[in-house]
Design a protein around this ligand. Sequence first.
Ligand code: DQA
Length: 173
Amino acid sequence: MAISVNIVKRVDILIKLRQNHTMMLETAAAKNILVLHGPNLNLLGSREPEVYGSASLDEINGRLSELAKDAGANLVNFQSNSEAELISRIQQAIRDTTDFIIINPAAFTHTSIALHDALAATRLPFIEVHLSNIFARESFRRKSYFSALALGVISGLGARGYYLALEYALHTR
Ligand code: DQA
């Protein structure tokens, strides 16, 4: 009798551990998604296509909007070359209905504590995306101020990185 009670307890503990683990890995499916693009990403398509690919920012944003619409979600794209504008847009997400952020901070990845702090202030889950593999390039690109705060990081998969991040945001429960 005592043995079977112990087994039941252990199974119960294992189930709870698994539930906690699942909760840590997964966020609720997002409905209002903000996609942020940092400096020089407006030049995508013509900017070093051998590094960043041939898709323009309009093409990437168009595909993201299409995927979100098909899933019944709202998606807003915002690109800026200015750190201040990006910070203001992130701060706006504290007050509006944004529930998930996908961000390619571009060169600010390696420099901006201010953008990191703005994202931290939102307390929203976000995925950091890079078209190129920042770990396989110059050493100054290997440091990211965002990765430790991000839910996940996708780097080196080109424009697909954005679509995969969106897929995660849309379909994870
Ligand atoms: C980038 C990588 C950064 O190092 C660079 O400054 C960018 C783009 C990428 O998407 O691969 O502008 O974030």
